[in-house]
Design a binder for this molecule. Structure first.
Ligand SMILES: C[S@@+](CC[C@H](N)C(=O)[O-])C[C@H]1O[C@@H](n2cnc3c(N)ncnc32)[C@H](O)[C@@H]1O
Length: 325
């Protein structure tokens, strides 16, 4: 596509798929629980940054014909494949565009829901900042932005394995060889540990993860040139600089304390009533690696914060499953 450099996502395709936690229905439900008045999902505008081949966005457009969807990606090849599917399905409510996020301006308009999944941790700091700038400038007043990212402290564990793999494949350029050799190294390390110590247990767990991982995902996620986790509190500091505030996690159970013994919630509640600080401690407790954070405009009223404090203080997860008899 004219004007765009070839990039690794053109070379090795990253097959997209639907992520239910990014669906406007999920985002609207959470926003409502937290006191907002989000746009009706049947008649809304959705923007996805780094949409790849549209594997997430096209099913949404298919299921919500009254809403409008725009997907942006730097890689031309996946965008072309998504456009072919849109054409074949005859969808008129979705546009997939080959475009650098850095080129997005307010001309693109306002969106009720903005999604950036699997993007933030794999781009340079200037692009990370631009993602949050778009979440501010292009978000409707009651809009919700979803941004996922790798986080610390769990990111240190993932980095431990990533750095060893990167060293091992440093002279290899062929994607298939890089993938195969990265897996071979972790297998060798895991199977060479004589002592049943925590390092052996850790390597075995990582081997399991890396073996189950799709090849394209291992290539683009763990073996990528950039893969920068961030502490949650740092991410929120950056969002705050863009006049955005923390709303919730896309998986509600992640912000509740029901998975811990009751004394844990009590001690955390005594330590702080600042939700962001509490969430940071929860990442320490869980050794968390990945977050799927929802943001909204900073001027969303205090009722939202009050509701979120209430929901987070619940010590057992809310259960939305149908009643069993
Ligand atoms: C790890 S993939 C994630 C794709 C998809 N969101 C998913 O989770 O399956 C990251 C995507 O971001 C795109 N990307 C990276 N930098 C970009 C930029 N500056 N502008 C637009 N897209 C970008 C890549 O081309 C790639 O398709």
């Amino acid at each position: 596509m004219a004007g765009l450099e070839p990039n690794p996502y053109d070379e090795v395709l990253y097959p997209g798929c639907p992520f239910s936690q990014t669906h406007p229905d999920r985002l609207a439900t959470l926003a409502t629980l937290f006191g907002m008045k989000p746009a009706a999902v049947e008649n809304c505008r959705v923007l996805e940054l780094g949409c790849g081949d549209g594997g997430n966005l096209i099913p949404m457009a298919f299921g919500l014909p009254g809403s409008e969807f725009v997907g942006i990606d730097l890689a031309a090849r996946p965008i072309r494949s998504g456009q072919a599917l849109v054409e074949a399905l005859g969808l008129k409510n979705i546009t997939l565009r080959p475009l650098d996020i850095m080129q997005i301006s307010s001309d693109l308009g306002r969106f009720d829901y903005i999604i950036a999944h699997g993007l933030y941790s794999w781009v340079p700091p200037a692009v990370q900042d631009k993602i949050l700038a778009i979440c501010k400038a292009n978000l409707a007043p009651q809009g919700v932005a979803y941004v996922s990212y790798n986080t610390y402290p769990g990111g240190h564990l993932r980095n431990l394995v990533r750095e060893m793999m990167l060293f091992h494949v440093r002279d290899l350029t062929e994607p298939e060889q890089r993938i195969q050799q990265a897996r071979a190294l972790i297998k060798f390390l895991a199977e060479s540990q004589a002592e049943p110590d925590p390092y052996r247990a850790f390597l075995k767990k990582e081997l399991e993860r890396i073996t189950q991982y799709r090849e394209a995902a291992l290539y683009h996620d763990d073996l990528a040139e950039i893969n920068s986790p961030v502490y949650f509190y740092r991410f929120i500091e950056q969002a705050t600089r863009h006049q955005l505030q923390y709303l919730a996690e896309a998986h509600l159970f992640e912000i509740q304390m029901g998975i811990f013994p009751p004394h844990v919630a009590e001690e955390l509640n005594q330590l702080t009533d600042n939700m962001v600080v509490k969430e940071q401690y929860m990442d320490f407790l869980k050794c968390r690696r990945f977050r799927q954070t929802l943001l909204c405009h900073q001027d969303i009223d205090a009722e939202t914060r009050a509701n979120s404090r209430f929901l987070c203080s619940l010590t057992s997860p809310l259960d939305f499953s149908p009643a069993r008899h």
